[in-house]
Design a protein around this ligand. Sequence first.
Ligand SMILES: Nc1ncnc2c1ncn2[C@@H]1O[C@H](COP(=O)(O)OP(=O)(O)OP(=O)(O)O)[C@@H](O)[C@H]1O
Length: 567
Amino acid sequence: MIKQLFKYGRAGRSGAIQQMVDEWLLLVLPVAAGGIVLSWWTARGLNWWGAVVLGGFVLVYAIYFLTPGARQRIQQWTVLAKREIRRDYLRGLFTPSLTDSQELTSNKVIQRDLAGIGRLDSFYGVFLPAICASGFSFLLLIGLAIAWHSWLWLLPILCFLLMGVGMMCLQKISPNINRQYLQGFLRLGGPFLDDLGGMNTLVMYGAQKRYGQSFAEDAEFFRGKTMALLKYQLQSLFILNGLVFATMGAGAFVLYPAVANGGLSIVQAGVLWLLLAQLLVAERQLGYFFHIVMSTRPALKNIFRVIAAGGEVPQSAYTAVTAPVHTVTFAQAGFGYPDGQPLWQDVSFVLQPGQLYGLVGENGTGKSTLARILRGELAPTAGQVQFNQTDIDQLTTADFLQHVGYLNDHPYLFSGTIAENISLGVRNQTDWWQKVRQLGLCAFVETLPEGLATPIGENGRFLSPGQRQQIAFARLVLMNKHIYIFDEATANIDADNVQVMMTVMKRLSESIIVLCITHEWRSIEALAVIHFLTNQHITTGAAPVLYQDNAGFKRLLDTQKEMEAAG
Ligand SMILES: Nc1ncnc2c1ncn2[C@@H]1O[C@H](COP(=O)(O)OP(=O)(O)OP(=O)(O)O)[C@@H](O)[C@H]1O
């Protein structure tokens, strides 16, 4: 997993590694260079080698502090890597082989995974630099120990092991304390939220006192467990610091005889001891952040499974219709849910590029059900439905995903920026934003101070419903499907946004199949051909003709007009 994380953000990686090395050098150089020079001078007097070492030391400091952006290079790598992981992950979610896997792609899992990507800062920003620092310090210590005194190389190994064992013992205790804390939280939080809605009922039956009592017991349990967790966290810090000091004491204890019997000078012992302190501090930092990295492990495991699936699967291996879909045919098709009346029957029509089609009908007449058939979620119970000349029962989930784009009135947006959300399904395309703008979508983005880089919050909560809808709309259009179904996609948004979206639908319908499901007057106006679903059957015509000839259509439209006029 570390290897996979390391692969990301290649453009910023070498700079970040450079910064890690620089930071380590900044820590050890004063000690190592000072020590080497001092011991040299005490042994052989002032010479130019010492001056070279000191000069090098000054040079590293100068390079580090004078190079512009040198101190942000790890941060830049983190940002790049997180962005790429997120992009590959979200693309992987649209992979045909994953679409049947509820376990990998449910909303909850996606949320956890995205939060996991968000927490990768500690991996790139703290964990890797700490690994780097402790690794280099370890090697330097061993090298100096071997050079100065034969058996002293054992010192860093022993100290490192001592610290490691101590931290492992602490790690062993923590899952139990965390579990108890979570238990307390669930015991209190879940029922509290459930009961809050039913508080009136509780009061009505006089049960609030009993409820209050059990609530107080659960609250006390939770308080106890929270305090135990806090105590543990404070104690672990204390114990970790104690371990560092104790191990340094043990180090001094080992170094003393070497100095006493003349095998090591005081300066050399001092250098070894200070370097040992730096090694232990880096190791302590590793231990402290280890649990954060471990807590993102389940999310990372899922993220890389999704990414791997996204990269490997050739689309053609899963699809029965490889050519673009240019005709959708309903031939005497019918559908009824099990144990129910047929919703509609003997439905025949053809959808082709060139016209903006509408599917209009009263609530509950079965419009969304028809869309579910076109998305492969349901099969017709009578007659035939075909994509080109292929019956849809021959098609696979991958076919439907590849050919059909669907948008309803509650699309899901991910926390992140507008750009990340819109470009979700874009592959190898750099001009996606121009395409969106050419269609006349998302003009509002250009009025935002941060533009495409504006964060939108979970499910786009920082945006208006119309803006959310335009982003979801643009995201779908960029996926280049052959059939688009907009199912009440313009419901609940203001008139300006409706107009923008209807204009785009019209433009799209010139070259691909577009079906707009609606019962709103403001959308119906823009439709060229309407399939009106009423009394289990379809009547087809242009809006003015249907309005004149079909009493049901006239009634529906008049009611809608009145409602829309009343706001
Ligand atoms: N899974 C299901 N099992 C049984 N009946 C269902 C199921 N899903 C929907 N229905 C019923 O089928 C009928 C048609 O539902 P559908 O959602 O297709 O209608 P609609 O025309 O899209 O309605 P609306 O305009 O309100 O969205 C409704 O009476 C609905 O209750």
